[in-house]
Design a protein around this ligand. Structure first.
Ligand SMILES: Cc1cc2nc3c(=O)[nH]c(=O)nc-3n(C[C@H](O)[C@H](O)[C@H](O)COP(=O)(O)O)c2cc1C
Length: 382
């Protein structure tokens, strides 16, 4: 098949991409991405809930651990690859679901999907994507790709989304359990973030955003829509699909066990990047208790606050099978679209490999808590 002739515009954009030096470091990805966003969108991406204590704690929790290297091990090959729910991936990290990616860059979810697929990295796409889930799937060859599910007001509409994701070739359903309503998004509210008509909810007019935070006068408050996830709904979803179910937003061993007993194959320890309950525990702090409780009956992942290769090693050593990143790939998308996400994945993989080698380990599999020591209190930076 002949490829389409190149227009002057796509040629100019290809040449300018080629001539621009690649983003040098992970720190630059964040700086450039944040600088590229208008104030209102930056407030939406960077902000957390209320006083943003949990948002800060997510990052600070990684500073409570030190990595203890083994020396003179003589490894000359390093292997980042692993499997996630049986699917081979190039590295033990993934792109967590984030809504409305076309607000961040016109490349949107399709750009993110292409970059992740080329890198062999798992990407999770939100119910509130700005591209339709079918368009995201069609943009890339089959690969590791999951669909994040927000409960809809009607169970039939919820199951319809599950069916669409299955037919489109997504390989797992990630039910977000921590969003019966939106947290108090103070920074987002102050920044004036609004969804323009030019950024649709790609999955269709029947797909609703999670309910807004409570507004109006007390003393009695009611949910304004019934689109709230429940344990009974989790069972309905599991029964309705052959795809494995992952539950996102769990922070306690008890909830993790209950989800596993109801058939969840994966638990994603997460506080939604500090955007829901302020003062919820840091995701990293909640991880070991969940890992111990689940005891191998399901895979356990975490997201929240991971920024560098060393962060990934700490979470893996505490028992995460893989670590999700939410804001960093959005900064990368904002900085340079699809090429930015590609560069971010390259930089993070390279840094993970470097840190692994310096830790004296050959493979990310088999990392355990013996690689860790508590960081001295005085040096606990963010
Ligand atoms: C801008 C933004 C949008 C998000 N949208 C969703 C979403 O649609 N569904 C969901 O389950 N989580 C969503 N999250 C939460 C992320 O999946 C993830 O849990 C969190 O960002 C991880 O923290 P980190 O940003 O520190 O890596 C969103 C997070 C951000 C920052």
């Amino acid at each position: 098949m002949r490829s389409k002739p190149e227009t002057a515009r796509t040629r100019a954009s290809r040449l300018s991409r080629r001539s621009r030096p690649p983003i040098p470091t992970l720190g630059d990805v964040e700086r450039r991405g944040r600088a590229a966003l208008p104030e209102s969108v930056r407030g939406y991406v960077d902000g957390g809930a209320a006083e943003e204590r949990t948002l800060r704690e997510n990052v600070a929790a990684f500073g409570r651990w030190a990595l203890v290297p083994k020396v003179l091990e003589g490894h000359d090959e390093f292997d980042l690859s692993t499997t996630i729910l049986g699917t081979e991936v190039a590295a033990p990290f993934f792109l967590s679901p984030t809504a409305y990616q076309r607000k961040v860059h016109p490349a949107g979810e399709r750009g993110t999907a292409r970059a992740a697929a080329r890198a062999g990295i798992l990407a999770v796409f939100s119910t509130l994507s700005s591209d339709r889930l079918e368009e995201i799937a069609a943009a890339v060859p089959p690969g590791p790709r999951w669909f994040q599910l927000y409960a809809q007001p009607e169970i039939d509409a919820t199951l319809e989304l599950v069916g669409r994701a299955q037919r489109a070739g997504f390989s797992a359903i990630v039910l977000t359990a921590d969003t019966p309503l939106l947290g108090s998004r103070d920074r987002q509210g102050r920044s004036g973030f609004a969804l323009a008509a030019s950024v649709p909810i790609g999955n269709g007019p029947n797909v609703v955003s999670p309910p807004r935070p409570f507004t109006g006068k007390g003393p009695r408050y009611r949910f304004t829509t019934p689109g709230r996830p429940t344990w009974a709904m989790l069972e309905r979803i599991r029964e309705s699909t052959r795809l494995p179910l992952v539950v996102k937003g769990i922070l306690s061993p008890g909830d993790a066990l209950r989800a596993v007993e109801l058939g969840a194959r994966g638990i994603l320890v997460s506080n939604h990047g500090g955007r829901q309950l302020d003062r919820a525990p840091a995701a990293l702090d909640a991880l070991p208790g969940v890992v111990d409780a689940v005891a191998g009956r399901a895979e356990v992942y975490m997201d929240g606050g991971a920024r560098r290769g060393s962060d990934l090693l700490i979470a893996l050593a505490l028992g995460a099978r893989a670590v999700g990143l939410g804001r960093p790939p959005l900064w990368a998308l904002a900085a340079a679209g699809e090429a930015g996400v590609e560069r971010f994945l390259e930089l993070l993989s390279a840094e993970l490999a470097t840190s692994l080698a310096l830790l004296g380990r050959r493979s990310v599999q088999g990392l355990d808590r013996s690689a860790l020591a508590p960081a001295p209190t005085a040096s606990r930076g963010p």
